[in-house]
Write a protein that binds this ligand. Structure first.
Ligand SMILES: Cc1cc2nc3c(=O)[nH]c(=O)nc-3n(C[C@H](O)[C@H](O)[C@H](O)COP(=O)(O)OP(=O)(O)OC[C@H]3O[C@@H](n4cnc5c(N)ncnc54)[C@H](O)[C@@H]3O)c2cc1C
Ligand code: FES
Length: 507
């Protein structure tokens, strides 16, 4: 044993079903026991600092409680985003029933770089673009990487916009970057703040708006969605906003000091997250939607109604089964003639894929890019994120899923394949959404479930719900069930009956 190792715990006190947090000086350490062996890692998730001991252990993996970033127990390496790097590891050993850990982290192996002469081009510096940069280097690719993006110099976490920025809890310029700014220099990645205006899959050439032309060996297109504009009179008035990027959020926030009444068009996740932010600012808020119940298609009516009641309890008004007929300077007119006063209107009616610059392949009807399970669209061309129509495991058709972590899962599969590996998407989709200080988790994917099994209490938002399709758990919706959903995020790689899913949840 190295003399600097410190005794931190008794082996007998460590459970095997979850990690245990200890400290060496000020350093938080996660101990994970496997029989008589103990592994030691940093205890705070490298994504946003979640306490990893509150997450789950499943399939010999550590799963983060907050956004389900996943790491191998054996060496801390990254399995699933949104973390973009593995866990810092510390040497640990068991001696005489005591657990000793080194206070110094194990140095990661420095890679030699520069032998490969090929160029990897990435269009879109968002969730998938950032994950792809990190994964290309993780996969050992040591050639040229060019990342071109148009809405910010650094990839940032846009999910914070509708949760914290509009609420006034986080200034827009303090949104965390997805990768440490030094990452790009250290990893020798070229960032170009310009959009791709032409990408030809046949000639493997891309042109940027600033005139740069790049010949690539492989390209990843991950340009996300463009908000669908509203087609009604008044839709372009200055008090009508969309929310996709940081500038949009800044423009919305600028109106909120004086706004007293707001209308949100669309009972989407972003629409209702914004409603929650506006109520925090005590702004009268009305949501207009053609649907009967919010999220009924994704979650079923009972859970959709729970979201509606939660919002109503907090002062949000709904006009469901209604459309907007026109927007005027101070009010919104509905298709039944009702006029709702509004100082600000925020439109959240969905996005369409930002792919019009891509040629040499046939785009899907909705503008998405069809890929195989390896995220390949054509030789040398990959697509990821909101734009990618991909095959979910065990599904007979391709679909687009607009989730942050899915975009990054796609990007990791694509990047490893661009670097010469042979990977397929085998992940479990995961989405989180935040309303009135509560985070809801959604795992898996199903639309129009056959029936829903609910454990816990919907009304107090302490529940886990199994959305059943063809006798198996198609998806899970939960609130305040962090470790249960962490384990399920791993276990749901295989189809589960409700009994099997409950067993995992209650481990
Ligand atoms: C306000 C908001 C809140 C959200 N909250 C959540 C959440 O809580 N949980 C969740 O799972 N998902 C959430 N989402 C959805 C999630 O952000 C998306 O699914 C995810 O960002 C998709 O990643 P992507 O890489 O495909 O696209 P993006 O992250 O959108 O990145 C695409 C980037 O490409 C750029 N671009 C577009 N065209 C070009 C071009 N021609 N050339 C170069 N660059 C281009 C865009 O400007 C953008 O920066 C939220 C979305 C929004 C807008
Ligand atoms: S804090 Fe761990 S994945 Fe987000």
């Amino acid at each position: 044993m190295h003399s600097s190792m410190q005794k931190v715990a008794r082996l007998a006190d460590l459970p095997e079903t979850r990690g245990t947090r200890v400290k060496i000086g000020e350093t938080p350490i996660l101990l994970v026991r496997e029989a008589n062996t103990v592994h030691a890692y940093t205890a705070d998730c490298p994504h946003a600092g979640a306490p990893l001991e509150k997450g789950g252990i499943c399939n010999r993996r550590i799963i983060c409680p907050w956004h389900k970033g996943t790491f191998e127990i054996s060496d801390g390496s990254l399995v699933e985003p949104p973390a973009l790097k593995g866990l810092t590891r510390y040497d640990a050993l068991v001696d005489g029933g005591d657990v000793y850990v080194s206070p110094e982290p194990v140095e990661s192996q420095a890679r030699s770089r520069g032998a490969d002469e090929s160029t990897m081009f990435i269009a879109g510096a968002g969730a998938a673009g950032a994950a792809a940069c990190a994964a290309l280097r993780e996969a050992g690719f040591d050639g040229r990487i060019v990342l071109a993006g148009k809405d910010a110099p650094m990839p940032y976490d846009r999910t914070a916009l509708s949760k914290f920025v509009v609420a006034g809890d986080m200034p827009a310029d303090e949104i965390p970057p997805l990768l440490d700014p030094s990452f790009f220099t250290d990893q020798n990645i070229e960032r170009i703040e310009s959009e791709a205006v032409r990408l030809d899959a046949a000639t493997r050439q891309v042109e940027l708006a600033n005139g740069t032309v790049i010949d690539y060996n492989a390209a990843l297109v991950c340009t996300g969605g463009l908000p669908k504009p509203m087609d009604v009179p008044g839709a372009k008035l200055p008090h009508v906003h969309i929310l996709r990027n940081r500038d949009d959020a800044v423009a919305i926030v600028a109106t909120l000091d004086t706004a007293k009444r707001a209308v949100i068009v669309g009972a989407s996740f972003i629409g209702l997250e914004v409603a929650s932010c506006l109520r925090k600012r005590k702004i009268d808020t009305t949501v207009i939607s053609p649907d009967k119940v919010p999220f009924a298609k994704q979650f079923g009516e009972r859970i959709g109604e729970m979201f509606m009641r939660l919002h109503e309890k907090n002062g949000v008004s709904f006009r469901m089964t209604r459309n907007v007929k026109a927007i005027e300077a101070n009010e919104v007119e509905l298709d039944n003639g009702e006029r709702i006063p509004a100082d600000v209107v925020i439109v959240g009616t969905g996005v369409k894929p930002a792919t019009s610059f891509v040629s040499g392949i046939t785009l899907a009807d909705d503008g998405g890019i069809d890929v195989d399970a390896g995220m390949r669209a054509a030789p040398g061309l990959y697509a990821a994120g909101d734009i990618a129509r991909f095959p979910l495991p065990r599904s007979d058709s391709k679909l687009r899923i607009e989730h942050w972590r899915v975009a990054q899962q796609h990007a990791r599969v694509a990047a490893f394949n661009m670097a010469g590996a042979s990977r397929e998407y085998d992940g479990v989709p995961y989405f989180w959404t935040y309303h009135f200080e509560r985070r809801f988790d959604y795992l898996g994917h199903t639309s129009e479930p056959d029936y829903v099994v609910i454990d816990g209490d919907l009304d107090t938002q302490q529940f886990i719900a199994y959305l059943m399709k063809d006798g198996k758990v198609g998806a899970v919706v939960a609130c305040e069930r962090e470790d249960e959903t962490a384990r399920l995020a791993e276990a749901m790689r295989e189809p589960l009956t409700v009994e099997a899913a409950r067993e995992v949840a209650n481990m």
